[in-house]
Design a protein around this ligand. Structure first.
Ligand code: PLP
Ligand code: TYF
Length: 394
């Protein structure tokens, strides 16, 4: 049976983890997979999460099933964290999912059930897992222009033009903040314009928010999503706790629905949970329970927010230092956009061949499209890194 199979293409981002580990050079630099790292290159368990896990260990007296939606306290807390205090929670439903990836798939399955010929518009470029997840749920894919490699800015006018051509009922996937892979984001005025467009054209917004708190701050990063939620009749959201709670391997996320009214929200939630039943039944509990404990306890929550803010500010400082080093080494402002981008990533605008040379000749690892993980930038080696980058330019 298996002799009929061809080898599957590798996940190029995850493959970098192994390549980097196998490299013996002591001064190698890991700007690959999107995982937050501290100055020492470590990805620690966050203080508040560790404390919540201790409490969980002490207080948990059963591991019996929770149900298809997982931890309902987690779901309520995530709806508030994402949609904010002013949200109409009566129209919102949330289901715990296995990571942001599981949430994306769960929402995609719901979309397929509600509209079997649905087309989903993805930004060009987008996270490489978006197309396979959407296709696996049976959705058609189209792309809208998003990034201008030369300036590092959003091609907003072109994005609007493309989305004006979308059919009523089409779905538009937007990165809630910290666009992956480009680092170029919509500002508040642009979110408002897109909101007007989706309302006017009858499009369904689908917001993927995987880095809330990594860009401008916890509330600021959700501001666009919240503007949208205050004006559109319906929207869907996939959110991830992998990065902002650093619970990557525990697989914690939430699939959320904003419907026209509570009754429609209940039906949509029921269909989404029926899709979960057909895929994995119930999500894993541990990480979501820890996140719930953090969000519900004022002191733990304050400590989590403080640690998250430290992580965010470190990435901002690294951006500024790196842009300055690139300016010095290249004698140009070509890379200044790195300082104005937000989130974990920026795309430098190098060719695949240049990225390959950086890896082979300098031990600098980044994704083939020249996406860097800002958290991996070496605080004490910025100029050496910038010099290596400039050395592979034509
Ligand atoms: N969406 C985007 C844009 C991402 O970069 C990621 C990766 O972290 C995810 C969703 C989901 O990640 P996870 O499934 O690890 O929560
Ligand atoms: O883009 C990234 O690096 C993160 C982590 O299959 C990731 O989103 C990468 C690939 C993947 C799952 C997560």
């Amino acid at each position: 049976m298996f002799e009929n199979l061809q080898p599957a293409p590798a996940d190029k981002i995850i493959a970098l983890i192994g390549l980097y580990r196998a490299d013996p050079r002591p001064d190698k630099v890991d700007l690959g997979v999107g995982v937050y790292k501290d100055r020492d290159g470590k990805t620690p368990v966050m203080r508040a999460v560790r404390e919540a896990e201790k409490r969980l260990l002490q207080s948990q007296d059963t591991k019996t099933y929770l149900g298809l939606a997982g931890d309902t306290g987690f779901n309520a807390a995530m709806a508030k964290l994402t949609f904010g205090p002013a949200a109409d929670l009566g129209r919102i439903r949330a289901a715990q999912a296995p990571g942001g990836s599981g949430a994306l798939r769960l929402v995609a399955e719901l979309l397929k059930r509600t509209r079997s010929d649905a087309t989903i518009w993805l930004s060009d470029p987008t996270w490489p897992n978006h197309p396979p997840v959407m296709r696996a749920a049976g959705l058609q894919i189209r792309e809208y222009p998003y990034f201008d490699a030369a300036s590092g800015a959003v091609r907003f006018a072109d994005m609007l033009t493309a989305l004006r051509a979308a059919k009523s009922g089409d779905v538009v996937l937007l990165h809630g903040c910290c666009h992956n892979p480009t680092g170029a984001n919509l500002d508040t005025a642009q979110w408002t314009e897109i909101t007007d467009l989706v309302v006017e054209r009858g499009l369904l917004p689908f917001v993927d928010i995987a880095y809330q708190g990594f860009g401008e701050g916890l509330d600021a990063d959700a501001a666009g999503l919240r503007i949208m939620a205050s004006k559109v009749p319906e929207m869907v959201v996939a959110s991830s706790c992998s990065k902002n709670f650093a619970v990557y391997r525990d697989r914690v996320g939430a699939a959320m629905i904003l419907a026209k009214d509570g009754a429609q929200a209940d039906v949509a939630m029921g269909q989404m949970l029926s899709a979960a039943r057909a895929m994995y039944s119930m999500p894993p509990d541990h990480g979501a329970a820890a996140v719930r404990i953090v969000l519900e306890d004022a002191a733990l929550r304050a400590d989590w927010e403080a640690e998250l803010e430290d992580m965010r500010l470190r990435m901002l400082r690294l951006r500024v230092q790196f842009a300055e080093a690139l300016r010095r080494q290249s004698n140009s402002d070509r890379f200044d956009f790195v300082a104005s981008h937000r989130g974990m990533f920026s795309r430098l605008g190098l060719s695949e061949a240049q990225v390959e040379r950086l890896r082979a000749e300098h031990g600098v690892y980044m994704v083939g499209d020249s996406r860097i993980n800002v958290a991996g930038l070496p605080e004490d080696g910025m100029d050496a890194l910038a010099k290596a980058i400039v050395s592979v330019l034509d």
